[in-house]
Design a protein around this ligand. Structure first.
Ligand code: ZN
Length: 118
């Protein structure tokens, strides 16, 4: 019974990541498997529920950038800035225009559509 629960969770996670446009490799890294095994699972899932696993995805690999997330403890704004040392040095709260109250929350990965940035 427990096995079934684990399997269902794994399927949910794969589905979520699949629909977000992650590659089999990225999904495999997240669930601790390999790309071929994930591809195999997706094929099996698709046989049972073809509507849930659309084959044609108008998918372009998004650009992944690293961003530093900041919290301004003055106005409580939460914002992220590209993780680039030159930019970080000048980081200011976009609302208060100062840097004294900024707390570094951590580095995050952000996927962006390359066509939309200059
Ligand atoms: Zn602020």
């Amino acid at each position: 019974m427990q096995n079934q629960g684990v399997r269902r969770k794994k399927k949910q996670l794969i589905h979520e990541m699949f629909m977000q446009g992650n590659s089999y490799k990225e999904i495999a890294e997240t669930i601790g498997s390999n790309a071929a095994a994930v591809g195999h699972s997706v094929r099996l899932y698709r046989q049972k529920e073809p509507d849930q696993w659309p084959r044609v995805r108008n998918y372009i690999e998004p650009l992944t950038i690293e961003v530093q997330v900041y919290n301004c403890c003055d106005c409580s704004a939460l914002f992220a800035i590209e993780n680039n040392i030159e930019i970080q040095n000048d980081a200011t709260c976009p609302f208060c225009w100062e840097k004294e109250h900024l707390i570094e929350i951590g580095i995050n990965k952000l996927k962006v559509d390359e066509k939309k940035i200059g």
